[in-house]
Design a protein around this ligand. Structure first.
Ligand code: ADP
Ligand code: MG
Length: 627
């Protein structure tokens, strides 16, 4: 509950709406205590006195009645009727919706068709008809406005209830022997109340307007009783000659409905957990680039050369430095492994290259990624889109999440090709079969018309690889493609990737947290920690003699087959939170060899033999892997 109010207060507009509404409601509540003129006493000698007249702050109307007094009494009445109508409509509508949704079947059918019939009338016409039948009067207007809004609540709540009524916890309550009434009250109702509140908060404004509309037409409050709608209606004939008589109630209606709507939107946002994470904000087409310093010049090393890449997430007043200056390169036909604990920034590095990090909150603040001499980081979006999939392709961890569940895999492959060049159906199909063959899917002619759910996990991942191959890219970035697979399937997938690399001269950037996979596939490996590369060199060298204490400790965590009995080490402590990185070495906190100067300044990634390492006191080459 506290969290709800904090969230609500953070939304400035909702807060403003809330404050204004609270003010109006307080005014309406204390109206009987204020020293106001009687709102209904006419004084025709003082007709149409202007605003700020002596004794009538807001002037008088066509019968000489005090407008301020009428306004406050009228607001009181309009608010009361609006809120009452909303509560009426919400309770009756919710009750109908819950019963229809919970019992389902014929009950649902009969009730909902009735509701549909009500909804088929234009609602103002329906309200007019109800008032005409019941006779004019404020209470009848209230009934009419509630009645026309009941279907809206009934439909909304029924939909939610249908979803909840078949959940396991409701079945559990049934198995526990609870009666239907108890189940509705204790299991269903608490789950729909937030929806009712949201629907109400966004419709009260409407109901106040509708009631005012009926009063305006003379069907609501009857003279001399003032409500905002009837005040407007009576002022209509003097709209040109004495506009203030219309403006006074008009502005009040505007203020009330505006503040209720702003507050209502705020309530809805605060109650909807999906909005808290900003999940509904639409990211930009390409990651925002905001480079302050100079852009590094390419040195011509490799097909893809990344220099000083920094990617940050700006969330409210916090800055998460997910990638803090990464340098790496990959040659044609080479496989580069990037290894590191979860959260070390591997995925963000990979996604930054093609501008795939969601912005907001992601921002690339420094560095360059030269592909064949062209800087990808500053590239305009159309160019990036053109290169995505055609020059640099991605394979992700979960193929089920990346494949469309409703299309056949063959069509999805063709679609991937069509994104870059026109291709006829027959030609596309032939190419799709060829791709499936390349990733060694048996019976490709039949399999091409399978749906993703008809395939096993390993096969789906091979489809993922086929899709990455569809446009003959030069570089494939594979982000933990085998993490979700079992070991034998993983081995098959790795073999396929290795063969493709050799036969097509593909460069592969392989992201993983598994040294076994690195050993099997990669020529070179870069070890990442807290958003930076801490050690980089050939796989053989690094796996034989890890020299950065972090690499050494990481490898000591891996069990060895036939390595005899030894205690498996876990690295104590946790990786640092990337919005509060310590100065100096980020690993110092967990490192046994750390000395005071490790925690001081920036430690560069420096050559050491044939590798590069970011450490002041590297492990001795002669020593065995850290114990
Ligand atoms: P991994 O090495 O496991 O692939 P990631 O590259 O996904 O790690 O994440 C690196 C860091 O970036 C993590 O600390 C993560 O919390 C942070 N991060 C990733 N996405 C976001 C985001 N949208 N907002 C804030 N922080 C993020
Ligand atoms: Mg990742």
């Amino acid at each position: 509950m506290r969290a709800f109010f904090i969230l609500l207060a953070r939304n400035r507009l909702a807060l403003a709406g809330g404050v204004v509404l609270a003010l109006v409601v307080t005014l309406a509540l204390v109206t009987p205590l204020l020293p106001l003129a009687n709102p209904d006493v006419t004084d025709t000698s003082n007709r149409f006195r202007p605003i700020f007249s002596e004794g009538a702050l807001l002037g008088t109307d066509h019968l000489g009645r005090d407008l301020l007094s009428r306004l406050l009494w009228g607001t009181r009445l309009s608010l009361a009727v609006g809120f009452a109508a909303a509560i009426f409509a919400a309770s009756i509508g919710a009750a109908i919706g819950i019963i229809a949704g919970f019992y389902g079947g014929r009950t649902d059918n009969v009730i909902m068709r009735g509701v549909d019939m009500l909804m088929a009338f234009p609602y103002i016409l329906l309200a007019l008809a109800i008032v005409a039948a019941l006779g004019p009067g404020l209470f009848n207007a209230l009934i009419a406005v509630s009645a026309v809004n009941v279907p809206f609540f009934a439909r909304n709540i029924r939909g939610i209830t249908v979803g909840i009524a078949h959940k396991e916890f409701v079945d559990a309550a049934r198995l526990a022997g609870l009666s239907n009434t108890r189940i509705i009250l204790s299991e269903i109702l608490p789950n729909v109340v937030p929806v009712i509140v949201i629907a109400m908060s966004t419709t009260i404004g409407w109901m106040i307007l509708e009631t005012a509309g009926l009063s305006f037409l003379g069907l609501g409050s009857q003279p001399p009783q003032a409500d905002l709608g009837s005040m407007l209606g009576e002022a209509r004939s003097a709209l040109i000659t004495n506009p203030h008589t219309s403006v006074v109630p008009g502005v009040m209606i505007l203020v009330i409905v505006m503040s209720i709507n702003l507050l209502g939107d705020g309530v809805r946002d605060a109650l909807d957990p999906r909005l808290k994470s900003g999940a509904l904000t639409r990211p930009m087409a390409a990651t925002l680039v905001d480079r302050q310093g100079p852009v590094p010049e390419p040195t011509g090393k490799g097909l893809l050369e990344v220099q000083g890449l920094k990617t940050e997430f700006h969330v409210k007043d916090r800055i998460y430095r997910a990638v803090g200056g990464v340098d790496l390169h990959v040659e044609k036909g080479e496989c580069l492994g990037i290894i590191g604990e979860s959260g070390s920034g591997k995925s963000v590095t990979a996604l930054s290259l093609m501008g795939l990090v969601a912005s907001p909150p992601g921002v690339i603040t420094a560095g360059a990624a030269h592909y064949d001499g062209e800087d990808l980081i500053g590239a305009p979006y159309p160019r990036l889109r053109d290169m995505r999939g055609r020059n640099v392709a991605y394979i992700f961890q979960d193929p089920l999440a990346t494949l469309h569940p409703l299309y056949r895999v063959g069509d999805q492959l063709i679609e991937a090709i069509r994104a870059h060049r026109p291709i006829s159906r027959a030609e596309g199909r032939a190419k799709a079969v060829e791709l499936l063959e390349a990733v060694r899917i048996p019976n490709p002619e039949q399999r091409v018309s399978d749906y993703p759910h008809e395939m096993s996990g390993g096969m789906r991942q091979r489809i993922g690889i086929a899709m990455a191959l569809a446009n003959d890219p030069d570089i494939i970035i594979a982000d933990e493609p085998t993490t979700a697979l079992d070991v034998t399937v993983q081995a098959q997938v790795l073999t396929i990737l290795d063969d493709l690399r050799r036969s097509r001269g593909l460069a592969i950037v392989f992201i993983t947290h598994d040294f076994g996979v690195v050993a099997q596939l990669c020529d070179r490996v870069a070890v990442m920690y807290a958003g930076r590369i801490v050690e980089e060199g050939t796989t053989a060298e690094i796996l034989d003699f890890p020299r950065h204490p972090y690499t050494a400790r990481l490898m000591a965590c891996v069990p060895e087959l036939g390595g005899g009995k030894r205690r498996l080490e876990a690295i104590p402590g946790l990786p640092p939170v990337v919005d509060r990185l310590p100065p100096g070495c980020a690993f110092a906190e967990r490192c046994l060899k750390a000395r005071p100067d490790c925690r001081k300044g920036e430690i560069p990634l420096e050559p050491l033999g044939r590798r590069r390492i970011r450490c002041l006191y590297p492990e001795d080459e002669s020593r065995e892997v850290a114990q």
